[in-house]
Design a protein around this ligand. Structure first.
Ligand code: ZN
Length: 91
């Protein structure tokens, strides 16, 4: 396990983390965020905390701004299998 020191977008990229955004506005759409393009847009020092990121996000499907984000590790391993939208994990 890597130590969980994740405060900025740059930390996420360097730590090989992955952020998944989930629509909580009713359609339950979810997708991995493109951290590289977020870093280009916001800067690598931009906070990666929920409250700092979610106001910037909007569901591409239903337009809801009620977005949850989830952090997961090993983005590069996941990268080879993921394609665009993901199905929400079962609870
Ligand atoms: Zn939605």
């Amino acid at each position: 396990m890597k130590p969980l020191k994740v405060e900025t977008i740059g930390d996420l990229i360097d730590g090989d983390y992955c952020l998944t955004a989930c629509c909580e506005g009713g359609c339950y759409n979810s997708a991995d965020l493109d951290l590289e393009s977020l870093a280009r847009r916001l800067g690598r020092d931009h906070s990666a905390m929920h409250d700092a990121l979610t106001p910037l996000l909007r569901c591409s499907k239903c337009g809801s701004r009620k977005i949850g984000i989830r952090l997961s590790a090993n983005a590069s391993q996941k990268f080879s299998t993921r394609q665009g939208w993901l199905t929400p994990p079962k609870r």
